[in-house]
Design a protein around this ligand. Structure first.
Ligand SMILES: *Cc1c(COP(=O)(O)O)cnc(C)c1O
Length: 412
């Protein structure tokens, strides 16, 4: 397929300047990307309007097929959001009261929220500070020290059955999946990849190169507008390696209805709209070039910040030697510094937007206070030190330099 070069200068909208003293450099900018694909996308939306068929249908099915091929899974089911995709997987696994699911405390809320909504208990294991992803070594120790074998499977000391582990490929970098699969496989615990931030990211396993979301029993993606592949509203995808689970999830996605108006199970409305699938299908062929541009921007930041290595920690790229630019899709470019809050203030004064992903680790969220006091020092430190800089593919070299200069000014 011939793709137009969306980074060509003529396709770039000029900086949206306001009347204030400094031109704003927003943390993200969805408008520029839309302008570059405007005609193609409007044609897709028009086609859906003409057809007046809005929920599921052929556009959704062909997008599911594209995702199946991309991540190498058996079944992909388009959903109303990433959150709902996770819920759908957990419902198909019949996770409920008396169960526990292990994940990282340093992630977006919904990773653990879905577990709690089903009455199961979210359990946390700390991150590896280098990657900020779930640490397989700590996971193994947790299973060894805090769990015991039971007739129903591995159980916590208070008798909850560990039904799944949800590693999160945070910021676009795949977890150490060889390590996680080994620790879980030995104990026959299914893995559900939270690949919401990692569509298309590659991972070099012991035997081959694999893709985020397709490396374990289950996976899910989010197409929230600010994700690397963004819809025009909420949308997500659940994937399964097993065809039987795929069939069950398909029925649960539509109220457990099979055949029409006969319900042998209780599901939900987790369906994707045709308009979202049509837009996402059009945008998907650009994902690779967008991810590559994100990688390039990351390298410019990293090179420029090398001289502040004692003050700023830049992202670690553990797979760069094997995969080059394909080992990290840089959903976020996250630096760490103890001076995070004052750096953020400084950049704000310069008109540069930044974000904090995530300011509060999940075990410290008020809604999880019932889980009791816990300490996860690496996640807590990450929550205190992390700052995300602008990294959307449409950033101009000039804008990147402006971010670099402003950060340098702060540390000089
Ligand atoms: C965005 C996100 C989700 C949830 O996806 P939605 O589509 O917003 O529901 C889950 N996990 C992580 C890590 C995310 O970044």
């Amino acid at each position: 397929m011939l793709l137009k070069n969306v980074f060509a200068p003529e396709s770039r909208a000029s900086d949206s300047s306001d009347n204030s003293r400094v031109t704003k450099l927003p943390f993200f900018d969805l408008k520029t990307q839309f302008q570059s694909l405007r005609e193609e996308i409007l044609a897709e939306i028009t086609a859906v309007c003409d057809a007046q068929a809005f929920v599921l249908g052929p556009k959704v099915e062909s997008f599911e097929q594209q995702i199946t091929e991309l991540c190498g899974c058996n079944t992909a089911l388009a959903t109303s959001s990433g959150t709902d995709a996770e819920l759908l997987i957990l419902m198909a696994m019949e996770v409920s009261l008396g169960d526990a699911v292990v994940t990282t405390p340093f992630t977006f809320f919904s990773t653990a929220g879905g577990v709690a909504r089903l009455g199961a208990k979210p359990l946390f294991v700390d991150i590896d500070p280098a990657t900020m992803n779930l640490d397989p070594e700590k996971l193994g120790k947790f299973f060894e020290r805090e769990c015991r074998e039971s007739p129903d499977g591995l159980a916590t000391k208070d008798g909850l059955i560990i039904r799944a582990v949800i590693p999160v490929h945070l910021f676009g970098l795949c977890c150490d999946m060889d390590g996680i699969r080994e620790v879980c496989g030995q104990r026959r615990i299914p893995v559900i990849e939270d690949a919401a931030q990692a569509l298309g990211a590659k991972y070099p396993s012991k035997d081959r190169v694999e893709r985020a979301g397709g490396m374990s029993e289950f996976g899910f993606f989010s197409f929230y507008p600010t994700k690397n592949l963004g819809a025009f509203g909420d949308a997500g995808m659940a994937v399964a390696g097993d065809a039987e689970f795929g069939r069950k999830m398909k029925i649960l996605r539509n109220h457990g209805m099979d055949p029409r108006y006969y319900h042998s199970e209780i599901g939900g409305n987790f369906r994707m709209d045709a308009i979202q699938a049509a837009i996402l299908s059009k945008k998907l062929p650009y994902l690779e070039q967008w991810s590559k541009r994100r990688w390039e921007i990351a390298q410019r930041y990293k090179d420029a910040f090398a001289k502040f290595s004692r003050k700023i920690m830049v992202p670690f790229e553990p797979y760069a030697a094997q995969l080059g630019s394909e080992g990290h899709i840089y959903h976020q470019f996250v630096i760490r510094t103890p001076a995070r809050d004052s750096l953020r203030e400084h950049l704000e004064e310069q008109g540069i937007g930044t974000e904090i992903y995530y300011p509060v680790a999940l075990h410290h969220q008020k809604c999880f206070a019932y889980l009791g006091e816990m300490r996860f020092p690496e996640s807590e430190r990450a929550a205190a030190e992390c700052l995300s800089l602008p990294i959307y593919p449409e950033l101009t070299d000039q804008q990147i330099d402006r971010v670099i200069d402003s950060v340098a000014q702060f540390f000089n």
